[in-house]
Structure formats: C-alpha cells, structure tokens
Design a protein around this ligand. Structure first.
Ligand code: PFF
Length: 461
C-alpha cells in the first residue's frame, strides 16, 4: 500500500513525536503517586517488567498496523480488508476524545501552576481545592491549552507535530535532568532514593501488580490507536522494531527520572509519599516555598514548565486521533477538523472542569455499586476510558494482529527496515506474547476492572 500521506521526515522525528505522546502527565504526575501508593520500589520493578515484556510487543504492533493501513484507526481496519474490526477504531477515537477531555483540564491546572510559581505564589498548594473550583481561571487555562494543542496540530504532521516534539522533548529532558541533579543535593535525598529504589517484596500485592499494568498501558499511550495514527505517518523503510524500543525506553526513563526527582523532594521536607493525586499540586508547592523566594521560583516554575511540555506533546497525539479520522474518512480540511474537534472536546470536558467542587452534581456524579462515596465526573471518565477501554483496546489489537490479520503479515510489516527481525528471538517472543500472554492478561484486567470498579465485587480485599 503506497500513499502520499504527509510523513515524519525521519527516524528522529517519529521517535520524538511517539515518545512525546507517551511521555506526559502519566509519567510525571501519575507515576510518582502510584509508586507512593504501591509501596515504592516494588511497584517500580513490576512496572518495568510490564513495559518491556507485555507493552513493547503491543506498541510495535500498533505502529505496524498504522503503517500497513496508511489510515486513522477507523479507516485502518477497512483498508486492511477486515471491516468487521472497525469497531476497535471507533472505540479508539472515542477513547481518545474522552481521555483528552479530562487530560486537558488537568493540563490547564498544570499550566496555571506554572504561572503561579512564576509569581511566587507558593501558598497555592494549601488552596488547591479552592483553586480548581475557580472555574473562570482554570477554565481559561484549559481553553488556552487546547487552543495551543489545536494550533500545533493544525500545522500538520511535519510542520506541526514533528517540529513541536523535536523542540519540546529535548528541552524536557534537559529540565528534568537539571531538577534530578538538584534533588540529589537536598538533605535526606538518600532516604527518598532508598524508598524508591530498594524493593520490599512484602509490598507486592495483587493490587500493586494491577495498578502497575494500568500505569504502563496509559503511560505508553497503548490500546487506543494513538500509535496506529502515528504509524500511518511512518515511512516504509523505517525500522519499527528499533524505534518502538527507543520510544519504550524513553518513556520508562522519563518516569524513572521523575521518581528520582520527586522522592528526594518529598523526603527532604519530611512530607508524605501518599499524597495521591494531590502529590504534585498540594505537596510540592510547600517544598518550593521552603527553598526561599528566588530558588523557589526557579525550581517551581521549571518543574511546572516541564509538566506543561510533557502534557502538550501528549494532548497533541490525542487530538490527532479525531482529526485524522475526520480528514481521512470525511475528507475534511485539516484546519476545520482540528478546530471542530477542539471545540467539541472542550465542551465534553466541561463536566470534568466543574466536577471538582464547583458543581455539586458533577462532583458527586455517580455512586458505583457497592461503593460508599460518590465518584466525580472526571474520575468516572478516567475509569471508563483509561482503566476499562484501554485494556480492552489492547486485547482487541493483540487478537486482531495474530488471529485475524495473521502473524506472518504482521512480521512482514515489522521486517521492513529490519530484515533480520524475521529470524530473531525478538520475533518469536513478540508472536508468543501477542498470541497468549497479552490476551490472557488483558482479558483478565478488563474483567477485573468491571467487577472491581463498577460492580463493587472485590477480588483484592
Ligand atoms: N501517555 C500519556 C501520559 O503518560 O501522560 C497519556 C496518553 C497520551 C494516553 C496519548 C493515551 C494517548 F493516546
């Protein structure tokens, strides 16, 4: 299948964009609090194993499907002559829209915090719950964030997505390395590193394993066609097996570095590692305040700038999902597709925006069966999309690739750009993983999530 689709210029362009999609709030915001909740290093070890053993084969498979089909996830299955599987594509686009709708709200908070840090307003950490209720301010920031995302996506794959990722990803790496080095100089840094790096096997529960898998999936942008879309912009001679490995490595490394930065931060101030979702918004500003006005402003604003960049390269990839669908399937002009998508996604995000205290209805949106307390709208959408639809998407893609499209054709696609792949141990492992391990584990996770989260039937308690 040859097409004149706009393509990433070279390997680096693709890797920057795909790693940009993967590296996001998931790595710097969610990963440390999951580690904190999951007892430190035990979580880290399980997470690393999942990323390389289970997720990497799926990641290269998604990219290969995209490159083979030269289409967005909805068109991909039709183009590959398996129209019955188009439902995966629709689910992917839907899931992308849902994730972006709340991800953009959190990105708005992050950008708002960047501005507050620049102004030296460290007290914001104590007022987080008031801050997120102030919907004019946070709504304004999230509107700004989606507009910047839309602007970049409207410029196209090479001039927009690739160019922005090539600038932001290296900058992000420099900032995080600088902050890690700084974190090492703090008092008690060693205690933080011990918590983070020395595993305590007694902390290894089924629940930790379950959250580590969810984290690996979300963090690598798997199971929802973002990588099918990016794969469709990849040239035929590029080596997916290698590039996919670098993307996995980059994602894991940034998450790892985020831990190296945050745990010394936390232990240096004697704070709790169990700050949960508020770890970054509530706990850290207090630590920046203790650094004094000048250093506090520098470190605090660099930290939230880092997070804003990480978030932006991910929102770009999420926005590209509906956009590529509208452009490919409905022949829409890219500019229209972008601004229509941005508008609709912003509207869908409004309940998440107001569901953090401003609107009692959306704050106490739903009470799951068997639960004592209601769940807010944003958490509900996150549970539905990232915890339920992503494993289902991953499962469907694994089953599709080996049982429907067939391993031989997948491997042929993966061998363009790396002839030696066909006879390698990697190929054998990838085949085995897609055929047995991935369907088994992801099928289990999907079912467990439905029972645990929505039906109140607990396996872990
Ligand atoms: N991987 C991103 C993160 O870790 O923040 C989130 C994400 C982006 C998920 C794009 C899915 C996706 F398609």
């Amino acid at each position: 299948m040859v097409s004149n689709r706009n393509k990433f210029t070279n390997k680096f362009g693709f890797i920057a964009a795909a790693a940009g999609s993967a590296v996001g709030l998931g790595n710097i915001w969610r990963f440390p609090f999951e580690v904190g909740k999951g007892g430190g290093a035990a979580f880290l070890v399980v997470y690393l194993v999942f990323c390389f053993v289970l997720c990497y084969p799926l990641l290269i498979t998604e990219i290969a499907i995209g490159r083979r089909a030269q289409k967005n996830p909805v068109g991909a299955f039709r183009a590959m002559k398996h129209p019955n599987w188009t439902f995966i594509g629709f689910l992917s686009v839907l899931c992308g829209i849902l994730i972006l709708s709340f991800y953009n709200v959190v990105s708005g908070w992050v950008f708002g915090y960047f501005v507050e840090m620049l102004l030296g307003n460290f007290a914001i950490g104590d007022n987080f719950s008031e801050y997120v209720k102030d919907i004019r301010t946070v709504g304004g920031y999230s509107l700004f964030f989606i507009a910047v995302t839309a602007f970049i996506v409207s410029k196209g794959v090479t001039q927009g997505i690739e160019k922005a990722s090539k600038i932001m990803m290296p900058t992000l790496l420099v900032i995080i390395l600088g902050l890690v080095i700084y974190a090492f100089t703090l008092d008690n840094a060693a205690e933080g590193l011990k918590f983070y790096l020395i595993p305590d096997p007694s902390k290894l529960t089924v629940e930790v394993i379950y959250s580590a898998l969810g984290q690996a999936f979300f963090s690598l942008s798997l199971g929802m066609g973002a990588l099918i879309t990016y794969g469709s912009y990849l040239k035929k001679h590029e080596d997916i097996v290698f590039s996919g490995f670098i993307v996995t490595l980059a994602d894991v490394s940034i998450a790892f570095l985020a831990g190296l930065m945050i745990f010394p931060f936390i232990f240096s101030q004697g704070l709790s590692t169990e700050g949960g979702t508020g770890l970054i918004f509530i706990t850290l500003p207090g630590m920046f305040a203790n650094l004094g006005p000048v250093l506090g402003i520098i470190v605090g604003s660099l930290f939230f700038l880092l997070l804003s960049f990480a978030a932006l390269t991910s929102t770009i990839s999420l926005m590209e999902l509906p956009v590529s669908y509208l452009v490919d399937q409905h022949d829409m002009k890219r500019e229209y597709a972008v601004w229509i998508s941005a508008f609709i996604i912003f509207l869908i995000g409004i309940p998440s925006l107001v569901g953090n205290g401003y609107s009692p209805f959306f704050t106490n949106f739903i009470t799951y069966l068997g639960a004592e307390n209601p769940t807010d709208f944003m958490t509900f959408i996150a549970d539905l999309s990232s915890n339920t639809l992503l494993p289902f998407g991953g499962l469907s893609i694994a089953v599709f690739s080996v049982y429907v499209w067939k391993r031989r054709k997948l491997f042929r696609e993966l061998s363009y750009g790396r002839e030696s792949f066909l006879k390698s141990w990697t190929a054998r492992y990838v085949g085995f993983c897609l055929q047995y391990i991935a369907p088994l584990i992801l099928g289990m996770i999907f079912i467990i999530t439905i029972f645990e989260t929505f039906l109140g039937i607990h396996f872990f308690k």
